[in-house]
Design a protein around this ligand. Structure first.
Ligand code: GAL
Length: 431
């Protein structure tokens, strides 16, 4: 058995997002969506993290973390158009201070699936105005937080957001339309670029330049039926659209949708300082004529698994740690530092949760050995939380939350993860 030591100053932490943990996020589009009865369960008080953040950060420190990823809620900062809520802004200043006091490096997300409801009523991500609105919001946040934050994520999982909200209709505004999705993608690319320049241009950042990225969901796509050429074709097309197109646009200012067009977006060129990577597993793609949404998306991720898939999470997702090594290695070739902004699982059996996390950390270690420039790892999630359309059923936390009492209990997986964080090392070939 060999022990692998991670690089010095490696970031170890866990991630959350505002709407999923804070509670009473009443000015956001997700809140309105829930009140309209579009999902079975409402977020309500969630984990009451808006009030209990200090206690939660104490827990993170007690678990050996040295970093923490969270998101700022735009709808709290600007609950109505141009009406800035200084109290909310001060709240996030306090949050960052609380992290710094505990020696937790803040990793701040500016948009994690939720948008102010007033803006959505004006067309939201379909309205080009949103780019300017987003930049204005980022400027406010940058002025308030300044260089107390080094790592920034503008948009969380742009492609998952687009798919869930504009193709599958599972979140607000509930659209199912490819043309709209393309428009939204363009605005998200522009919004990221505008956010990037707002952060880099902020006078408050003069002394310590920010490091800015998106958090890109990077599944490894595999053909469902290896013997069927059409499955291979649709798999590489999906990889291009889902994994590459957005990142490429932020690298070289050129956005290509295969078979549709290539657009020059020079504003977006060179707007990644690092790459935030969210990884959950492999996804199998199967060609089916007359696809609705993305070509091949008719391959329902949870239902078309080939026989070789041996292990699934409690949500039915594939578990395949070697794909994580592969993903990190292949994205490492971009030459940007990689920060794992999310990786984790929902398993009803916590021992299996730990097995998943441990094997993925080992897979990450393998990738680092092969040269992938990984600088940190955030487990999803610190707390059990509101899992969007699936409500409170799936529990991703390394800390259990009793929603009736708001009592937090660290799971065994949380303790085991703490051991890795403290040692900054992991055994490589333990069973
Ligand atoms: C990610 C998302 C998180 C969380 C997680 C678990 O795609 O960023 O908000 O829901 O998946 O499914």
């Amino acid at each position: 058995m060999t022990e692998f030591s991670f690089p010095k100053n490696f970031l170890w932490g866990a991630a959350t997002s505002a709407h999923q943990v804070e509670g009473n996020n009443v000015h956001s589009d997700w809140w309105a969506w829930e009140q309209a009865g579009r999902v079975q369960e409402r977020s309500g008080l969630a984990c009451d993290h808006y009030r209990r953040y200090k206690e939660d950060f104490d827990l993170a420190v007690s678990l050996g973390h040295n970093a923490h990823r969270f998101s700022i809620e735009w709808a709290r900062i600007e609950p109505a158009e141009g009406a800035w809520n200084d109290e909310a802004l001060t709240h996030y200043v306090d949050v960052v201070r609380a992290l710094r006091e505990r020696h937790l490096e803040p990793i701040v997300t500016l948009h994690h699936f939720t948008t102010p409801q007033w803006l959505v009523e004006q067309g939201g991500w379909l309205n080009p105005k949103i780019v300017h609105c987003f930049a204005r919001y980022v400027e406010r946040v940058a002025a308030a937080l300044g260089d107390s934050v080094r790592y920034w994520i503008t948009i969380n999982e742009p492609l998952v957001y687009i798919r869930m909200h504009f193709i599958d209709g599972l979140g607000p505004p509930g659209l199912k339309n490819l043309k709209d999705a393309l428009q939204v993608t363009r605005h998200l690319i522009y919004a990221h670029a505008a956010g990037y320049y707002a952060l880099h241009g902020a006078p408050s950042m003069r002394h310590a330049p920010p490091r800015v990225s998106i958090a890109q969901h990077l599944p490894e796509f595999w053909p469902c039926r290896r013997w069927w050429p059409m499955d291979h074709w649709i798999t590489s097309l999906t990889d291009q659209i889902f994994n590459h197109a957005f990142v490429d646009a932020l690298r070289d200012g050129r956005w290509t949708v295969p078979g549709v067009a290539t657009w020059e977006l020079p504003e977006a060129r060179q707007t990644l300082d690092f790459l935030g990577v969210n990884f959950y597993g492999r996804q199998f793609i199967r060609w089916k004529p007359m696809p609705q949404g993305w070509p091949g998306s008719s391959c329902d991720l949870a239902h078309h698994y080939p026989r070789e898939v041996k292990e699934r999470t409690s949500l039915g997702w594939d578990v395949h740690p070697p794909s994580f090594t592969h993903a990190l290695s292949r994205w490492g070739h971009l030459g940007l530092p990689i920060l794992v902004t999310e990786n984790g699982t929902y398993m009803t059996d916590d021992a299996r949760r730990w097995s998943y996390i441990r094997r993925h950390i080992q897979a990450m270690a393998q990738a680092i050995r092969r040269g992938a420039p990984v600088i940190g790892y955030c487990c999803w999630s610190l707390l059990d939380n509101f899992e969007w359309a699936q409500g409170y059923g799936p529990r991703f936390g390394i800390v259990n939350v009793d929603y009736a009492t708001q009592r937090r209990t660290v799971r065994e997986s949380g303790h085991r993860y703490a051991d890795v964080c403290r040692r900054n090392a992991i055994e490589l070939n333990s069973a």
